[in-house]
Design a protein around this ligand. Structure first.
Ligand code: PLP
Length: 484
């Protein structure tokens, strides 16, 4: 079977339409003739480095449009009579004619074959709040307040760290609920912007960043943009292995330690107090900063959560990150970075290069929401709901265990996900889940070093779905596990 020379047009999304468009272009430009057989879906999937189901979706699309036919035992063929040329849409024509070649210096690899989580019927994404329950009407009042009494200086290029009201309200909240004092606050467009700023301001090529061996890839990508190297801190069921960390730090130019101590991402384990203190002592001894990503502090069920490491930071070496993505919705793109005064100006100045400041309208609306009590009301309601959803998921898992499934997990004290050991074939389960409209992340996606992958764990988010949807999604998942 001949190899197709096909150019994928990266602006066409989703990926299956990009592939369909490229195959259609190959037919229009004569590379593929009527009645000619296509390479198998498996070969096309290898060639495009995508999942076979993505290729199948592209081929089905072309059948629907009349460009391909499928015949038993022959696979896919170009249709005998092609649709009239005029039916090509304008963008396809342009794509076929394009000859401009970009010289791209920075190509980050994301899993392009994956449909976004929200496009799946069952979304087990570990960090997805239930956005449908966000009080949009109430928040509309807050937004209109910020326009009704505009503070003109907030709407200029100035006040780069954030609006006065936002910083005041967030400052009060962090002081009261998380005991964070003695830090300067900066409004950021979510944790991701803060991670990028930290990387640009503090790292240079060849520096090392110690990250959790199972961890948060978007943070790694930000650190890597500077040419820094990532080194893995070993983890066990009680969190970070501190002795191993000391070996890492003492032998290298480690500049940062990146931690998710409250609900470790993705395992959900809470880093105990003694380990926090040992890690802090190591950081102080070797002059290494700690980035504490406290991405879902609000949702803690069993007791008061441990105070963040930033709350007890006599050296001022902890950079603390909080996000509104889980409290509100990820698209709100607002968060807060708390840094020592000595770092404040460098951060603000660097941010001016990329973005000047965070949007003052959303800051003012949030400040009003916090001041009027709506924010904490929403938190209380959602914390109770997520706790119920966690308990419901545990109950379901127990029922599956009673039916003979071998499952291992620890019940997370908070957060929005469970790290579930299903024994084997986690990646195959993930691939199967996609075909069933289920978004599921499994162990291989979280390892810094792939050789550590045991292919056993899945991360089941429980916050974003109703119990009916969760039950149905689990049924499909466990049907698959049963057959393996
Ligand atoms: C570990 C971790 N940090 C931070 C965030 C939030 O990032 P952002 O504020 O950029 O939306 C998430 C969201 O899923 C996360 O999982």
């Amino acid at each position: 079977m001949k190899e197709l020379t096909i150019i994928l047009e990266p602006t066409i999304k989703p990926v299956y339409l990009r592939i369909a468009s490229a195959i259609r272009a190959a037919i229009s430009n004569g590379q593929l003739k009527p009645n000619e057989n296509l390479p198998s879906a498996r070969r096309l999937a290898e060639q495009f480095e995508v999942n076979r189901h993505t290729v199948m979706a592209a081929l089905q699309e072309l059948i629907a449009q009349g460009w391909l036919e499928s015949a038993e035992r022959k696979g896919y063929q170009v249709a005998k009579f092609l649709p009239v040329e005029q039916s090509l849409d304008q963008s396809t024509k342009l794509a076929a004619q394009k000859s401009f070649i970009w010289k791209i210096n920075n190509q980050l690899s994301f899993n392009a074959s994956c449909k976004p989580a929200h496009e799946h019927r069952y979304n087990f994404s570990g960090g997805m709040p239930d956005i449908s329950l966000f009080p949009f009407k109430e928040f509309k009042q807050c937004l209109s307040q910020s326009l009704a009494r505009p503070k003109i200086e907030d709407f200029t290029y100035g006040k780069k760290e954030g609006t006065t009201d936002f910083l005041e309200q967030v400052g009060l909240y962090l002081r009261r609920v998380r005991s964070i004092t003695n830090k300067k606050l900066i409004a950021v467009n979510g944790t991701q912007e803060a991670l990028y700023l930290i990387s640009q301001v503090l790292l240079k090529p060849g520096d090392c960043v110690a990250v959790e061996s199972l961890g948060y890839r978007p943070a790694w990508q930000a650190f890597r943009t500077t040419g820094a190297k990532l080194v893995a801190m070993q983890q066990n069921s009680e969190g970070i292995d501190v002795q191993h960390l000391e070996k890492l730090i003492s032998g290298r130019t480690v500049k940062l330690i990146y931690l998710t101590p409250l609900h470790q991402y993705p395992t959900t384990i809470t880093l105990p107090l003694d380990k926090r203190m040992q890690i802090y002592a190591l950081a102080a001894k070797y002059n290494v900063a700690i980035v504490e990503d406290d991405y879902d502090h609000e949702f803690h069920f069993n007791s008061q959560p441990l105070a963040p490491m930033a709350a007890d930071d006599p050296q001022g070496l902890v950079i603390y990150l909080a996000s509104f993505s889980k409290i509100m919705f990820p698209g709100c793109r607002i968060g807060c970075m708390a840094v020592d005064e000595s770092l404040f100006t460098a951060m603000i100045n660097y941010r001016s290069v990329i973005n000047h400041k965070s949007n003052p309208l959303i800051q003012e609306a949030i400040a009003y929401w916090m001041k009027e009590g709506g924010f904490e009301r929403h938190l209380r309601k959602m914390t109770k709901l997520y706790q119920r959803r966690r308990d419901f998921l545990i109950q379901q898992l127990k029922e599956y265990q009673n039916k003979g499934f071998e499952l291992n997990y620890h019940i997370p004290a908070g957060g929005m996900a469970i790290w579930l050991d299903v024994g084997r074939s986690a990646k195959a389960l993930e691939e199967f889940a996609t075909t069933q409209g289920i978004f599921l992340q499994t162990e291989h996606q979280f390892h810094l070093e792939q050789e550590n992958n045991q292919d056993r764990f899945i991360r089941l988010g429980f916050a974003g779905m109703s119990s009916e949807m969760l039950t149905e999604g689990l049924r499909i998942i466990f049907d698959f596990i049963r057959k393996r």
